[in-house]
Design a protein around this ligand. Sequence first.
Ligand code: CP3
Length: 333
Amino acid sequence: MTPIQECIQNKNSKLNPIWIMRQAGRYLPEFREIRAKNPDFIKLCLNESLSSEITLQPIKRFDFDAAIIFSDILMLPYGLDQEVKFEKGLGPKLGELDLNRLESINGNEFSKKLNSVYKSISKTSVNPILNNKDLIGFVGAPWTILVYMINKMSPKNNLSKKIFKDKLFVKKLLVIIEKFLKIHIENQIKAGVSIIQIFDSWAGLLEENISEYIYEPTLNLVNYTKKLGVPVICFPRGIDNYKNFCDVIKPDMVNIDYNVDPKKAVKEIKIPIQGGLDPKVLLSDKENLHKEVIKYLQIFKDHPYVFNLGHGILPETKIEMVEELVKIVREFK
Ligand code: CP3
């Protein structure tokens, strides 16, 4: 059994496996080298051999306990024929959204458009370097995907209030998103991923209708994934009440964000926990890193815990800080 599966299944597990959200990305010189030659990000995600190579880059360097497939949560709108572009310094930009067109797309067309993602997973999952390691597949949660599809860019700076004006439209769109997320999850599992993580990066933006827009559709995906026999990790970033989220949704593991008090989490949350460390700690010095990492490891020493961050690793992170992090976690007794 892999260290992460052991942590999920055995309440008394003393292992502290480690992987890092967004581990396959811009802080790695070997990724930047490939990226410089491939200006079209979506095409790069659809390049079977390069996406497989990028997925394995952080494993080769740091020997993490899991690889996460090199792809993006926005491959879903791409698969639904909404244009998705990544412009330098601007982040993602999405094209027009046509509900009639979305309603006419069938599962086969969608799966065909993303076929390279699944082929890359099949190729990667049999690589001997992943022996006794998990290959993590992922999706964005329905709410976060909805935000990008309607807002057409990151809501970091402004989330248009227009999103909620036409409730019927939002409802219809959520149904479509959920349907295709299920297909995307199933395809990834069939291709060989051993865990699914659901990223709800913008869960914290929603102040009302949380049960309708976050809880219900997420619960549907979690139950669907469990039925397929694969563990599911949820990351409802910024959500007010992680305890309540875990009680209702019951994922196999929850990734806490860096604003969650780990002492409170360990007391309240009864399921395995992942993550928490503020990615900015990796931009400080080794002494501070040591102090912060040991703090998390101490707090979770009697709770099934997978070491990870409280959000994605920052592009300016130095390689030697990641090496140090892995060393601290592996040497902790
Ligand atoms: O974890 C990994 O290393 C695997 C690959 C992965 C990417 N995106 C590749 C990527 C994963 C798991 C994601 C998830 C993702 N994508 C999320 C959820 C996690 C989070 O950070 O909240 C979100 C919100 C996105 C959407 C997205 N993709 C944004 C906002 C951006 C631009 C800003 C950024 O973070 O870089 C991307 C681009 C992106 N996705 C890059 C990578 C490696 C950078 C592309 C580049 O090289 O320019």
